[in-house]
Design a protein. Structure first.
Length: 285
């Protein structure tokens, strides 16, 4: 990642000239576009654009923002600008399963995910040794029906104190309250197996085995008050057959979960995801 590369994202109502509002501004100010994606949704009549551009020489961010705001105002455009090498703070929530957490920690360690992890929060103590190995603070917050409000209050306090820009539920096996879901809406990502809604409850892969499923997969989505029904960011799927016993389906599912979750996190931190009502626009790399 280069210090002189920036990401500009914007969305607004579909109007003539929206592409030029971004690309024309970058061209006339001598900025070279390295990557460009745009989409015009005919149903919602919304326009979305993401431009990754390079600046040669000095870059006056304040001047850029002031002048672009004048151009964006003509279209009532909502926009964001961030350096490509920005490192967002990401709080990870987890229970006992470690495959998604392990994948995120490893990819962060080798530089594949450009994030800072100031805290790992869990309702169980099991994964503290893993957090300790990576030298990341681990917060064990047990929860019961009686203590849920108090536990979520502590959880929210940690998220605020760490200045988290994203929260990742890496197989956090607790249903969040409507109040916390509303606070995290649009900036918290969850992962679950894609056997839902057909195979609910305990041992979904055993249920799937009994029905002879031919595919397994995972879905990463933003959380909202509808359990496992938030706007989808990424999905993964792989074929299976009669040779897969329940334990094989579980292993395959875990692999897909970790890959799909890390992909969704990557898309989010690189500003590739736009909320479009209860759907998303995702500009893949």
């Amino acid at each position: 990642m280069s210090d002189n590369t920036w990401i500009l994202t914007a969305h607004c109502a579909s109007e003539l000239g929206t592409v030029d509002a971004v690309t024309g501004y970058l061209y006339h100010n001598g900025h070279y576009i390295e990557e460009l994606h745009s989409f015009d949704d005919k149903i919602s009549q919304r326009f979305f654009i993401r431009a990754c551009f390079r600046t040669d020489g000095g870059f006056d961010e304040e001047k850029f923002r002031t002048l672009f705001e004048l151009r964006a105002d003509k279209f009532d455009m909502q926009w964001e600008l961030q350096p490509q090498n920005h490192t967002p703070k990401v709080v990870i929530m987890v229970s006992k399963f470690d495959h998604c957490l392990n994948d995120l920690l490893y990819k962060n360690k080798i530089g594949q995910l450009n994030i800072e992890i100031p805290a790992i929060i869990s309702n169980h103590p099991d994964l503290k040794p893993l957090a300790d190995w990576y030298q990341i603070p681990y917060y064990h917050l047990p929860i019961s029906a009686d203590t849920k409000p108090e536990q979520e209050s502590k959880l929210w306090q940690i998220i605020q104190e760490t200045d988290a820009e994203l929260v990742v539920l890496a197989r956090y096996m607790q249903v969040l309250s409507d109040d916390l879901c509303k606070k995290l809406e649009g900036w918290a990502i969850n992962i679950h197996h894609s056997l839902l809604p057909g195979f609910k409850g305990a041992k979904p892969y055993h249920q799937a085995y009994e029905k002879g499923v031919k595919t397994v997969g995972a879905t990463a989505h933003y959380i909202n008050s509808d359990l496992d029904e938030g706007p989808i960011i990424a999905q993964g799927i792989e074929p299976v057959d009669h040779t897969y016993y329940p334990e094989d389906l579980i292993a395959k599912g875990r692999d897909i979960e970790r890959i799909t979750l890390s992909r969704a996190v990557k898309y989010h931190i690189e500003k590739r995801v736009f909320l479009n009502d209860n759907r998303t626009v995702v500009f893949k790399d």
